[in-house]
Design a protein around this ligand. Sequence first.
Ligand code: FPP
Length: 237
Amino acid sequence: MEHPQDFAKGLSIGIIMDGNGRWAKQRGLPRTAGHKKGAEVFQDITRYCNQIGVESVTFYAFSTENWKRPLEEVGAIMRLFGEYLLKAYDYQKENNRVVFLGDRSALDPKHQELMNDIETRTRNNTGMTLNIAVNYGGRAEIVRAAKALARKVAQGDMTVEQITEEAMSNEMYTRGQKDPDFILRPSGEKRLSNFMLWQAAYSELVEMDVLWPDFTREDLDRAIQEFNRRSRRFGGV
Ligand code: FPP
């Protein structure tokens, strides 16, 4: 697709990878086949975001609610995540800074170790920031931030008056990052589903009628064009 130079430069994007199950069902395949294809699309879209100058992209890989799915499906998603973690080292040349959002204490200790190591190794990379939300919930993230600030107040390290929006932002998993310019949800759903609740206060919502495993680079171009068309006023006129 033709697009102007720099059309995506500096953007911060949140992506809810949705529709894997429906994609598989349409083909008479197990739901896990949809997640497998979804994981491939995730890697391709990550690479593309990096190429077109996106500043940061956040993928919703596994929510705090996703544990309710059948054990087999949860296991398959976690296996795909584990495979990705091993591959992440090959991606070092892409210069991404990788950050994991969510409560990792409930994950496989081997995965936790890899996650910590990947974050440490990529911390000083100067390319795109790649956030991957795993066992992530927006409300849980806000509660965690509130507790961190309450602890500081209780210890006398800050006053109640010093609790500001900025102080809260600094306790989020995304600390120091720009809030998402838009949140993209494929598969036709129009919900945030507990994704980046704090950060999405002024984000545009872009929904698209394509299932995540079918999502292409051209679809991302279309989403960015849609975002660029919308005027954003931040509550002003
Ligand atoms: C939502 O589709 C998708 C998920 C809950 C899992 C997403 C996980 C991956 C793409 C793979 C693992 C992640 C990484 C980072 C490698 P759905 O199953 O809710 O679809 P449906 O609404 O059609 O049922």
